[in-house]
Design a protein around this ligand. Structure first.
Ligand code: SAM
Length: 214
């Protein structure tokens, strides 16, 4: 997601430190930040934040954390959270490669990846959020039966992810190659999902775990 550079972005985010963290102060402090024992669901690469804000409103008993590395984009999520007075949402301006520094092992119940950047060139494969290196991080921070939920319009990224997750030994379920035909009532469309679906791209979705449920 490209957004014009806003010189005031950092000041704006710092002024809302109760909901968004842009430095290392919250490292290892996610539970304390929410001050409750409810499940934690995170979205990596939240973009403008429609998904994470709508999920938080629909599920007040779950703690949501939106992770977005671009400060200029993060502003949009903070604005939504404030305007709609969403209490069960926190935000980290963070590159996902540092996830394990912020979350304790087994602290997270679910990871959402929505319309992650496809990085089509082979030499950039390690930047894809379903690359083995990122799967390793999700495995550390997720509970043993925690789930990764992934949606994308990008056929190549989806095929890469199926292979990457399978080779990593993840168990895949609920694979859907056309989510918007018989769209589930509870599907919350992201900004990118609407954009690419309206252009005629099929939406792929899967759920994955790192081990079989007992
Ligand atoms: N999920 C949103 C949606 O579906 O509308 C945004 C999709 S956009 C294509 C991908 C977003 O992920 C961008 O805002 C980008 O800055 C963010 N992103 C990409 N790689 C990231 C990383 N390693 N860590 C954190 N955010 C990342």
């Amino acid at each position: 997601m490209r957004m014009r550079n806003k010189p005031w972005a950092e000041d704006f985010l710092l002024a809302h430190a109760e909901i968004v963290s842009i430095d290392e102060a919250r490292k290892g402090q996610m539970r304390e930040w929410f001050n409750n024992d409810r499940p934690i669901h995170i979205e990596v690469g939240s973009g403008m934040g429609r998904f994470i804000t709508e999920m938080a409103k629909a599920n007040p008993d779950i703690n949501y954390i939106g992770i977005e590395r671009d400060k200029n984009v993060m502003i949009r999520i903070v604005e939504k959270a404030i305007e709609q007075n969403i209490r069960n949402l926190r935000l980290l301006t963070l590159d996902a490669e540092h996830l394990a520094d912020y979350f304790s092992a087994g602290e997270v119940d679910r990871v959402y990846l929505n319309f992650s950047d496809p990085w089509p060139k082979t030499r950039h494969a390690k930047r894809r959020l379903t690359h083995e290196n990122f799967l390793k991080l999700y495995q550390v921070i997720l509970k043993p039966d925690g789930e990764v939920h992934f949606k994308t319009d990008n056929q190549h990224l989806f095929e890469f992810s199926l292979e990457s997750m399978s080779q990593y030994g993840m168990k895949l379920k609920n694979i859907n190659l056309d989510l918007h035909t018989d769209e589930p009532e509870d599907n919350i469309r992201t900004e990118y999902e609407d954009k690419f679906s309206s252009k005629g791209f099929r939406i792929n979705r899967l759920e994955a775990t790192f081990q079989d449920r007992l």
